[in-house]
Design a protein around this ligand. Structure first.
Ligand code: PLP
Length: 393
């Protein structure tokens, strides 16, 4: 007898993967440039040249040392360099001891959730949210509670959020810049969130961990700054990844930060190490641990994403589509032209426009458009978007 829960997870692919697979088949049939595939969040800009340089230099080092195991939490020298970089950029005071190297944000989150969750605990997320949160929280035998979206600004609907808080609340997961809305939480939002959580911790006599999922931290536009959450709320666990900032999603590298200020920080870090051990996330890929340490202050050239955002946002709003102007990440969250976003996505598919219906993000009536594609794809897709709009008029 199989584990049916795992079978269920493994045998159904996500809507995003299904659309992507459909796009590949369709491209074979009608041609690469005739299908406008906005399904995946795969970075379209190359990894910065410093990454290649770092790898070339590293490959000259003795192979035994280069490819061998590091401590489970990662190479101490790497963690020290990364801590110094974060401190320089965000005014924090971390050391190597606050870092645990992981295989990307997925592992960072999975470990962090498992480290603090007991069966029956509540984790609260904000719609629209990254669908895998549900998998990871439920795998830790905890409950995922969803705060409905504030569709005016895609900040936080605090009234709805407060109704979900209780002594069972163990964690809050935030993701800013956000996939799929492109919103960035303002400093006022983070301050209000921090204040409310501190008040609730005191009222309940519990610890509420704010888990901040940050793979898009550096991908912001118009000179915006993204507040560094540990500076506002002590019980923050940072989950970071280089998948998007250095365009390295396939290399699987990231980290967790457990700050000293966090309640029982030492015990939480030990639980992070324990969850890493239990889940098999030990000793992240060593070549890339060392490569990212050499690129600690580097980000890819995101100007292409900024151009794509403007082209797509201006192009679609001119056609009459409704969406909030994204401030970060590389997604546009557009109001579906009919209440059922799945039906709208199907209709768009008939025009070879592949957009993801929003239901799995916990927010109905929208589609996500990933604009990490070539500029040409965006320009060429606009007549198809115009045609779709005409069909609804
Ligand atoms: N969190 C969010 C919001 C994401 O968009 C993604 C990937 O797209 C992840 C986590 C997982 O990132 P990684 O590839 O680093 O595991």
């Amino acid at each position: 007898m199989l584990n049916e829960k795992m079978y269920g997870l493994g045998s159904k692919s996500s809507v995003i993967r299904e659309l992507f697979a459909y796009g590949l088949e369709r491209k074979k049939l009608v041609g690469e440039d005739k299908v406008y595939d906005f399904s995946l969040g795969n970075p379209s800009i190359p990894a910065p040249p410093q990454v290649k340089q770092a790898l070339l230099e590293l490959l000259e080092e003795p192979a035994e040392a280069l490819h061998g195991y590091t401590p489970a939490s990662g190479d101490p020298e790497v963690r020290k360099i990364l801590a110094e970089s974060v401190n320089r950029r965000f005014g924090t005071h971390f050391t190597a001891e606050n870092f645990y190297m992981t295989v990307g944000a997925a592992a960072s989150l999975n470990i962090s959730i498992h480290a603090v969750a007991n069966p029956g605990d509540d984790f609260i997320v904000f719609a629209p949210f990254f669908p895998e949160y549900k998998v990871w929280v439920e795998n830790a035998e905890a409950n995922l509670l969803v705060t409905p979206a504030d569709t005016e600004s895609f900040q936080i609907d605090f009234e709805a959020f407060e109704r979900l808080l209780s002594p069972r609340t163990k964690g809050i997961i935030i993701n800013s810049p956000n996939n799929p809305s492109g919103a960035v939480y303002s400093e006022a939002t983070i301050q209000k969130l921090a204040k409310l959580l501190k008040q609730k911790q005191e009222e309940y006599g519990t610890s509420i961990y704010l888990i901040t999922d940050e793979p898009y931290r550096e991908i912001v536009y118009d000179g915006l700054t993204v507040p560094y959450v540990t500076q506002y709320y002590e019980n923050t666990i940072v989950c970071y990844s280089y998948s998007k900032s250095l365009s390295l999603p396939g290399e699987r590298i990231g980290y967790i930060i457990v700050p000293d200020e966090l309640t029982d920080s030492g015990r939480v870090m030990a639980a992070v190490a324990g969850a890493g051990r239990a889940l098999g996330y030990v000793c992240a890929p060593v070549l890339f641990q060392r490569a990212v340490a050499r690129c600690a202050d580097v980000t890819g050239d995101i100007s292409a994403y900024a151009r794509n955002r403007d082209l797509l946002y201006n192009g679609l709003t001119k056609l009459g589509y409704e969406c909030v102007r994204p401030q970060g990440a590389f997604y546009l969250f557009v109001k579906s032209l009919e209440p059922d976003a799945n039906a709208f996505s199907e209709k768009a598919k008939q025009h070879d426009v592949l957009v993801v219906p929003s239901d799995s993000f916990g927010c109905t009536g929208y589609v996500r458009i990933s604009y990490c594609v070539s500029e040409k794809t965006i320009v060429d897709s606009l007549p198809a978007f115009a045609e779709i709009m005409r069909e609804y008029q």
